[in-house]
Design a protein around this ligand. Sequence first.
Ligand code: SIN
Length: 312
Amino acid sequence: MVSTKTSLAGLEFDNCFMNAAGVWCMTKEELDGVKNSAAGTFVTKTATLEERAGNPEPRYQNVPLGSINSMGLPNQGLNYYLNYLLDLQQTDSERTFVLSVVGMSPEETHTILKTIQDSDFRGLTELNLSCPNVPGKPQIAYDFEMTERILRDVFVYFTKPLGIKLPPYFDMVHFDQAAAIFNQFPLKFVNCVNSIGNGLYIEDETVVIKPKNGFGGIGGQYIKPTALANVHAFYQRLNPSIQIVGTGGVLTGRDAFEHILCGASMVQLGTTLQKEGLYAFERITQELQSIMEEKGYGSLEDFRGKLQYISE
Ligand code: SIN
């Protein structure tokens, strides 16, 4: 039997699939659903220090080739997710889960991360530097100076395993510049990519979501080539100690195979999970296993990062 198990930050996971932050992760009940599915782990909805209602509805729409959202970071607040995870450490002590966070300011981000540092949380923390949907707050990771400053300040006190969720980059120079920053820090992973920010989807003559007059993050099939490019660009540039989580446009086992071929150690389902539900984990795992069997690969290590180029 082929294996889709993986490891991240030295921690083992029975399966390389998990949800993307924002999907099936707002409440304990949803998180329990992912935990009890075929997924290897889950990540919480990105938590801010205090709970947030987020943007006005409608703020998420499935569209034929993906989705558009402008949720605006609705969440239950840090303590809700942190306490849930601390409880799980008692009942599911052999498994590891991921807490996604970001502050509404650098100061709030530090307050959140210091709270996690001072807690008994033993899982992974994902710092979301890429939310495109809070009016007036640009995506942090498009500001390289700010990103470097935040990471420099964080690693003065944060010693637990930390990764960052990135927006897509679109220029080779930006891949180089971003990687040069990330390589300075003991990051455990980068997650490529969040939605492509601020797209516009129109039906007849009208936008399909209310916030920001219809502008929202694009996910699903639209974004797979961009996601693969970001996974591979960072796989090529980052220190081997910084692993890649691949997110974006995974509808099938073949899509997941491509993310891993580009260098992903873990693969997240966002729009597909939202559209299809928890069964997507089982289906896509089986599809990936079939591809691996056909190709004679027994484990993800057999093909991870081994994307082939066209030589002369
Ligand atoms: C949101 O809550 O607006 C989505 C979060 C994100 O894209 O990071």
